[in-house]
Write a protein that binds this ligand. Sequence first.
Ligand code: ADP
Length: 637
Amino acid sequence: MPTSPRGRGVRRLLWVLAPLGLALAMWQASQLARDQALEQLRQDAENELRLSAEGLVGHLSRHDYLPELLASREMVKRFLAAPDAQDAMPLNRLLDRFRATAGVSDIYLLDREGDTLAASNWHRPRTFIGQNYAFRRYYQEAISGRPGRFYGLGVQSRERGYYFSAPVWLEDTDPDATADGVMVVKVLLDTVEAGWAEQDAELLVIDGDDIIFMASRPELRMKALRPLSDASREALLATRRYADEPLAASGITFLDSREDVGQRIGFQHGPLADTEYLGLSRAMPAFGWRMQILTSLAPVTRAQWLAALLVGGLYGVVVLAGGIGWQRLRLRREREQFAERERRTLARARDELERNVQRRTRDLVETNERLSGEIEERRLAEERLRQTRDELIQAAKLAVLGQLAAGINHELNQPLAAIRAYAENASAFLERGRTEATRGNLAQIIELTDRMAEISAQLRQFSRKSGDRPTGVSVPACFDYALRLFQSRLRESGVAVERDWPEAETWVRADLVRLEQVLVNLIGNALQAMSQTPAPELRLIIEPGEERVRIRVVDNGPGIAAEHLGQIFEPFFTTKSPGNGLGLGLSISARIIDDLGGELTADRAPGGGARFTITLPPASGTDTTVEPRTKEHDTHA
Ligand code: ADP
């Protein structure tokens, strides 16, 4: 089905919107996942940071009391009162014992000038004994009567340490007395860092100078958080806190600075450079430090990708399902539309068909009625025709009868007159007693009555009715019968009759009376036509055949004018004067022959004159035959 322009527009829009929607959904999902993962990460990092910071504070604060405790020891005071006069060894041992018990790095005693008098590491090659620490803040704070704290790189050990110090007074009672010495406890920070190494996150401890003093990663230790200017480096070196460490830049970059939720942190170089970190910091006010935790943002990125891919996949499935659903819906709609169209077309075709059938039926009914009417008319016409024909035949018979009557009148008058004359003569001869002569006249009278009987028999014959069914009819017998009717006329007019037919009798399938009637008609016409002919000659021909038998009546009269040839079979066509002919003979004859399944034609005879030809089927073996009439039979009938 062709898609509508609107449908195409919608589809194009969908093609644009679907990827846009996908991108939006994936972006949204990744943002959500990012926020969630970040929040989780932040919480975890915060917890860890808090625990680590508290752990560090706890670790250091544990030793807070120790310098003061040792400073108050009699043995320490005693030794400090006269160091040169005493052996330091007992004190050294005491300090070492305390060191081992408290688990600190070093414990040592400074005199008023900051020189180390006794130390727990008296037995080590790099012992503090003899070293002067007057430059250290812990000495300065303690000598001025306050407990001191300090962190820094050990001058001897180059280890990072946290220092706790307390003043030692020889005389406790005078509140204004200056301190006589300083007791120092040094705690190493490496052990704390060792614990951090097990954690996932990186931990940094940054001091007030932005120097990373402690770090879970060794390479980050003693690095400047941000690159130092030369001036500030010089200043820091002067404090000797970091000994002569170069304090190189840590490489940390702050990618953004949302301190409330944490900073995004990266590394410019080093093993941590390949990922970004979430940085959270927590102040350690007791130490003037802040602890920073760096948690890798890789899980956040992973969660982001995972969520985006999941949502993308889900989106794909939904879009695919939607597409398939839509496609199926469209197909179903198209199928329904197609079926509806088909239904409408069928209904239209059916209506059209019905209309056509109705129209045809109407036409047929009309035609049928017309045909019935025509058939009825035809039947009536045929009936009228038959009636007319019968009437015509009857009329023709009457006409022939009239002719015959005229002839018969002539035929009978003569013998009647003769009979009268013979009778008068016989009567006269009887009176005179001339018996012989009387007998002779009576014999003449008998002969004449015979002739009269014959004429009357012929008349009776003519009025006979024809049979209904065709039968086998002998053609020569029919000719003989017709000739007998015209016997006297033939004799008077001196017409030569030639019978031209084979020896064997020829039979046709016809009606005896009707065929005789036709032959009488044809012969009568021929005789009439030859009335003025000097040597009249009538030829009667029979030509038998397998299919057809030809019966010809030929005369040598004037013949039929060419312009009349087409008309002579029409009823009432005649060239004869009124009283001599009705013009019905040939038309009736033609009709009779036609009814018998044959044909009647006319043309010119080869030697001039007219030739009429009757064609009829020969009689078959199944046809019943009719006895030909004999002269004797008719005469005595
Ligand atoms: P009718 O004899 O009463 O005129 P027919 O139908 O028998 O009527 O003949 C029609 C016409 O055919 C005749 O008037 C005549 O002109 C012509 N006709 C028929 N027979 C012959 C014939 N043997 N010779 C010449 N003309 C003929």
